[in-house]
Design a protein around this ligand. Structure first.
Ligand code: ZN
Length: 347
């Protein structure tokens, strides 16, 4: 079968589409013929290599995808051959205290498909049943492939960590990215007032089209003043940030009394400064978050099933053009998700 494999870290040309043995389904596993897989910023980090990152190579890339169940191992209940599924990308032990408490993303053994073990940019993948979930009806495989990681991350951040309430004002930094677009939809569905940042023009239109009430150009110096004007006297209650140092200082200036800044990603760097006195006087909370728990994943799937959330697919590449797909993601001109289509997926 064909798969995208990483043998060494580097620029997009290190990605190899190669013929590898089809996995054998073991006890307690299912085999899924993948139809589509999506890219995440995580793919870029893994391809480039991060300081301290230990990932076994070669590795099949990919955390998000959708496909069809083709084989079922002994001891698996609840799946039938032909079931259309979406990938749940989190890996965890399922036995420890935090797993049993439903906080699986805090499991000491937590990892992500395509990072800890082989991922889903392959024609076939064998999975634990917990990593496959019934595909929401009405979504194509490409659409279903695009939703898992970003919606899970954004839901966990806004609903579980920041406890966003109806009527609050939320500032979504970088509303045109995959996770930003998911955050806009989740916040708007929650009944929050959504101010998003995006660059002017098409990106601003995109953010509005998926539910942002106001859009501010984050390339304009002093953009926080415009946010404050739009937010009114109570300012912003929740800042959703996946960018980090590049927008951090201006984000802080938008936060009202008791506001929460929830963050992940930090795509512009990993260090910043904080005025501690100002932060405690204003009762600010700073909430780090990564991935999400199973309950959040199920809530996201329910949101799609009920038509409250919608996929944001920007562009679909054939698997052979995976390097171009990475370049397109790195260029940062996308609006929503970049998906690769698997060839055939015969079953
Ligand atoms: Zn665990």
């Amino acid at each position: 079968m064909l798969a995208v494999r990483l043998h060494r870290h580097g620029d997009p040309q290190v990605l190899r589409v190669e013929d590898v043995p089809r996995p054998q389904v073991g006890r307690g596993e299912i085999l899924v013929a993948m139809k589509a897989a999506a890219l995440n910023h995580l793919d870029l980090w893994l391809r480039n290599g991060l300081p301290g990152l230990k990932m076994p190579l070669p590795m099949i890339m990919g955390s998000d995808g959708a496909g069809v169940v083709t084989e079922i191992g002994a001891g698996v209940d609840g799946f039938a051959v032909g079931d259309e599924v979406v990938i749940q990308p989190g890996l965890f032990c399922g036995r420890c205290a935090v797993c049993r408490a439903g906080r699986e993303n805090l499991c000491p053994e937590f990892g992500i498909l395509g990072e800890k073990i082989d991922g889903v940019q392959a024609q076939y993948v064998n999975l634990k049943p917990v990593n496959a979930y019934k595909k929401p009806t009405g979504l194509t495989f490409e659409e279903a492939a695009s939703i898992g990681l970003v919606f899970l991350t954004a839901y966990q951040m806004l609903i579980k960590r920041a406890q966003l309430h109806q009527g609050e004002t939320v500032l979504v930094i970088g509303g045109n990215s995959g996770v930003g677009a998911a955050a806009i939809q989740i916040a708007a569905d929650r009944g929050a007032r959504v101010i998003a940042t995006a660059s002017k023009g098409a990106k601003s239109e995109f953010a509005r089209s998926i539910g942002a009430h106001e859009v501010v150009d984050h390339y304009q110096k002093g953009w926080h003043k415009q946010v404050l004007e739009l937010a009114g006297p109570d300012k912003v209650q929740v800042v959703f940030d996946h960018v980090g140092p590049a927008t951090w200082d201006e984000s802080l200036k938008t936060m009202g009394l008791g506001a929460r800044l929830v963050f992940c990603g930090a795509t512009s760097g990993q260090e910043t400064t904080l005025n501690i006195r100002l932060a405690y006087r204003k009762h600010h909370s700073f909430l780090g978050s990564t991935m999400g728990d199973l309950d959040s994943f199920k809530a996201v799937m329910k949101g799609f099933e009920e038509g409250r959330y919608h996929p944001n697919v920007d562009k679909i590449f054939p698997l052979e053009e995976i390097a171009d797909a990475h370049r397109y993601l790195e260029a940062g001109r996308h609006q929503g998700k970049i998906v690769v289509r698997l060839p055939g997926g015969q079953y």
